[in-house]
Design a protein around this ligand. Structure first.
Ligand code: ADP
Length: 770
């Protein structure tokens, strides 16, 4: 039978238990009342019989008294008659007569009071009436006879008149006695019958009452115990977790309601249990799936639950992991430490956290972060411990790698003389890496957390510039780069390159500045050496070029000297005139002086190019330089029939630079142009132009109609030692480019159609280059 079908075996119309019990008790009381009524009825019957018997007895006694009176009356009258005492007779007869009449009246009354069924025979009463009416007349007659002294008459009267009255009463007495006997027998019989009835009815009623009470009690008890049994059975089923169990409901009483409530409760419990089950399934799934080991332990620390992932990742069967058996998979080196931490936490009732290596099924170990926390009840007693272990192997490795990387970083910083720094703009605190502290010469006892410390250590000339650069980076929230010198307490000067960038917070403000400091002292020295080497090389290159130009230069110097000699001869001739022509001679002498100055200029320029000195920065007029170089190389150009044209801008601003180095650049470009045109058959034109360019720059170009840039190799002409010439060195353009770039400019070459090449350079014209 299905639970629902079973649940529907209802017995409708059943009363509630209360009314049912009241009805049962009512039945019992009613049956007892009936029994009692029957008993009372029978007692009543017996009483009535007794009363009847009593009445008959009374009437018998009254009749007997009448007879006794008559006998006594008769006996007295006989005695008096014998004594013949008339007076005495008259005196005594009166009371006797009255007494006899009184008793007759009572007897009459007693007989008349008898129940009607006993008065069927009226002879008794009539006898008494005869007595009542005849006695006074008989007494009167006897008294009269006595008074006259007729005693024989008296005796006769007594014998004839009074005597029959006596026998009359005797008959009456006998009759009454007979009736009494009959009545008594009947009463006794009635009473016996009543007694029998009572004896029968009382146990019968008791048995019946007991029977009814028992039946009702049984029915009521069954009607209560059966559903109760079903409820108990249901409760047991619930206790066993059989939530689908249904209690069969009968009727509509309290137990039926209770059964209904029980079934509803079971339903809800079933739904709740199902929900709980699914929640638990989900929870178990979660617990088994989460990337962590999860367990629970009893208050004494013995583990009573371990999740699937824990078991899978250790390869330990559940029975070997519970209690304290899990210790077998803890790394021997970590076991004592971890167990101590766990036992201390158990003793203190405090959460714990520890790291330990746990063995995997393949025998390898991984690091886990283990946490255990207690669960307490309302009385703060620990009822359970819950623990998790999270795999931190990667973190450990990362930490190891980080440690190694930090060590490498420190080493790298130490080797590269690079330190890192961090300026927290909220707290104002500056922190330096180890190498940074070493670069800045920070004493371990010193407080180097303020920016003032670092500015105080800078070279007085550099500190304001650095402060300005840093301040503007802070304002612009931009990167900051600065080169400066610092002076250590011993007086050692270091060159520092510092760079940093701002770290902005969510609101876009600078939270901190992080950066690096590089000790570039060595590099500076190397650069200085390199610069020196480059200068030396440039000098050598210059000297070499000058050597190549010796013939032309000699010719150039020879020209004014020859002119001076010619002028001197003319001067001599003008002085030899008679009279000497002083004016012509002065003019010739002045030309001599002019030629001498020209020769001196040329020589001093040549000497300048031969000089070897430290680069100087001065305002240089580039047009002047071009003109000077044209003068210097005029003979070389003429020698190869090259025409030199210039197009120089008038308003050209001066540049800040080294005159000799810039001359060397122009010389290299012009000499290269001449070289390129030496072999060409066509026109040989060298055009030199200068003009302003964009962004406060000036542009100088040297163009020729020569053989054009080498192909292939046009992209290599600025490389050191690249040459296409038979006796070339390949350093001219390389040196020229580094000179131009050291002046903040650029140098490049372009090929021409028709053949030829142009070399262009730009130089900044600002008084002070950034
Ligand atoms: P060098 O003159 O000793 O060769 P440079 O550095 O001055 O060294 O020149 C390198 C090369 O660049 C030359 O060998 C030549 O091939 C090329 N070159 C330089 N100037 C010109 C030019 N005006 N026309 C064509 N080629 C040139």
């Amino acid at each position: 039978m299905s639970p629902t079908a079973e649940a529907k075996t209802l017995r409708p119309g059943r009363l509630n238990i209360g009314p049912r019990l009241i009805l049962g008790f009512g039945f019992i009381i009613l049956s007892m009342v009936v029994a009692d009524a029957v008993v009372l009825w029978q007692i009543q019957v017996v009483g009535t019989q007794a009363e009847r018997l009593n009445d008959i007895d009374q009437s018998l006694i009254a009749v007997l008294r009448v007879r006794t009176d008559l006998l006594a009356f008769h006996d007295r009258l006989n005695t008096l008659a014998d004594s013949q005492d008339a007076d005495r007779l008259v005196t005594d007869v009166g009371p006797l007569r009255s007494a006899a009449l009184e008793d007759i009246r009572r007897a009459k009354s007693a007989l008349s009071l008898l129940p009607s069924d006993l008065q069927r025979d009226q002879t008794g009463l009539s006898t008494l009436e005869v007595l009542q009416s005849s006695l006074p007349s008989q007494v009167a007659a006897i008294t009269a006879l006595a008074n006259v002294g007729d005693w024989p008459a008296v005796r006769r009267r007594l014998a004839n008149q009074i005597r029959p009255l006596e026998s009359l009463t005797s008959t009456l007495v006998e009759k009454v006695e007979t009736e009494v006997a009959v009545e008594r027998a009947r009463a006794v019989s009635d009473m016996r019958r009543a007694q029998r009835r009572v004896l029968l009815i009382v146990p019968l009623t008791a048995v019946l009452t007991l029977l009814i009470a028992g039946t009702l009690g049984l029915a009521i008890t069954r009607s209560i115990t059966q559903p109760l049994d079903r409820l108990v059975e249901g409760s047991k089923a619930l206790a066993r977790g059989e939530f689908q169990h249904r209690v069969a409901i009968s009727g509509d009483d309290e137990l039926a309601h209770l059964g209904g409530v029980f079934n509803d409760t079971a339903d809800r419990l079933r739904v709740l249990y199902a929900t709980l089950q699914s929640s638990e399934d989900r929870l178990r799934l979660v617990i088994d799936t989460i990337p962590a080991h999860v367990w629970s332990a009893l208050p004494d620390g013995s583990v009573d639950f371990i999740n699937r992932r824990w078991l899978d990742s250790t390869g330990l069967p559940a029975e070997n992991a519970l209690g304290w058996d899990w210790r077998s998979i803890v790394h021997p080196e970590d076991l004592a430490r971890y167990v101590h931490a766990w036992e201390s936490a158990l003793a203190a009732g405090q959460p714990m956290e520890s790291e330990a290596r746990l063995r995997r099924p393949d025998g390898t170990y991984r690091w886990w972060l283990i946490r255990n926390v207690p669960l307490r009840d309302e009385q703060r007693r620990i009822v359970k411990w819950y623990g998790t272990a999270v795999d931190i192997e990667e973190r450990h490795r990362a930490e190891d790698a980080l440690r190694r990387s930090e060590a490498s970083l420190h080493e790298a910083q130490r080797i590269s003389h690079t330190g890192s720094w961090r300026h927290d703009l909220i707290s104002g605190i500056v922190t330096l890496s180890e190498e940074g502290s070493r670069i800045w010469g920070v004493d371990p006892d010193e407080d180097s957390s303020a920016t003032e410390y670092f500015f105080g250590r800078m070279h007085p000339e550099d500190a304001p510039l650095v402060a300005r650069a840093y301040q503007s980076a802070l304002v612009a929230k931009s990167e900051y780069v600065s080169d400066f010198r610092i002076v250590l307490p011993g007086g050692t000067v270091k060159h520092i390159h510092s760079a940093g960038r701002p770290i902005l917070n969510e609101s876009g403000d600078i939270a901190e500045f992080i950066g690096a400091v590089l000790d570039i002292t060595e590099r500076k020295r190397a650069e200085e050496s390199l610069r020196q080497a480059q200068a030396d090389l440039a000098h050598v290159s210059r000297v070499t070029t000058m050597g190549e130009l010796t013939a032309s230069l000699a010719h150039e110097v020879k020209q004014p000297i020859t002119a001076a000699v010619i002028s001197a001869n003319a001067c001599v001739r003008w002085l030899a005139h008679d009279p000497p022509d002083i004016a012509e001679a002065r003019a010739a002498a002045m030309r001599i002086a002019e030629d001498g100055r020209r020769a001196t200029d040329i020589i001093s320029r040549i000497r300048l190019l031969f000089t070897k000195g430290a680069p100087q920065r001065e305002a240089v007029d580039v047009n002047d330089l071009i003109r000077e170089m044209i003068v210097l190389l005029h003979s070389e150009a003429t020698r190869f029939r090259i025409s030199v044209r210039t197009a120089l801008a008038d308003d050209l601003p001066s540049v800040m630079g080294d005159r000799v180095q810039l001359q060397q650049v122009l010389m290299n470009l012009i000499v290269n142009g001449i070289d390129a045109m030496k072999a060409v058959q066509g026109p040989r034109d060298l055009a030199i132009a200068s003009r302003r360019a964009d962004r406060e720059q000036l542009l100088v170009s040297v163009s020729d109609t020569g053989i054009g840039l080498p192909s292939p190799g046009a992209d290599q002409i600025f490389n050191a030692f690249f040459t296409t010439k038979e006796y070339g060195i390949g350093m001219g353009l390389s040196i020229s480019r580094s000179i131009v770039e050291s002046h903040g400019g650029r140098l490049w070459a372009v090929d021409h159609v028709p053949p030829g090449a142009s070399f262009c350079l730009t130089l900044p014209t600002r008084a002070e280059r950034g």
